[in-house]
Write a protein that binds this ligand. Structure first.
Ligand SMILES: [Zn+2]
Length: 91
C-alpha cells in the first residue's frame, strides 16, 4: 500500500484525510517564427556543429532543465489552501 505524506508539512495523508495533488510543468515558451533572407542564406551546418559542441560541454541535467521540467506535490488540506492563496511567492 502506498502511503503519502504532505510534501510541505509532512502530515500523513492516510485514508479519509484531505489529499490534494499539485502538478507544475516548466518549459520554454515558443515565440512566433520569423524567417528572414539572412536566415535562409546562413550556414546552418556550422551553427548546428557549434550547438552540438556547446551541448557536449553542458551537463545533461542542465540541458533537460532548459527544455522541460515537471513537478508533483502531495499536499494536505491546510497546505493546499495556503498554496492556492499564494502559488508563486515573490522572490
Ligand atoms: Zn501539509
Amino acid at each position: 500500500m502506498i502511503r503519502y505524506r504532505c510534501d510541505k508539512c509532512g502530515k500523513d495523508l492516510g485514508p479519509g484525510s484531505d489529499h490534494f495533488v499539485v502538478r507544475i510543468e516548466a518549459f520554454a515558451a515558443a515565440s512566433p517564427l520569423e524567417i528572414t533572407a539572412e536566415d535562409v542564406e546562413k550556414d546552418h551546418q556550422a551553427e548546428i556543429r557549434q550547438l552540438v559542441e556547446q551541448l557536449s560541454h553542458t551537463p545533461l541535467d542542465e540541458v533537460e532543465d532548459q527544455v522541460f521540467r515537471a513537478f508533483r506535490f502531495d499536499l494536505c488540506g491546510p497546505c493546499h489552501r495556503e498554496y492556492l492563496r499564494n502559488p508563486l511567492p515573490p522572490a
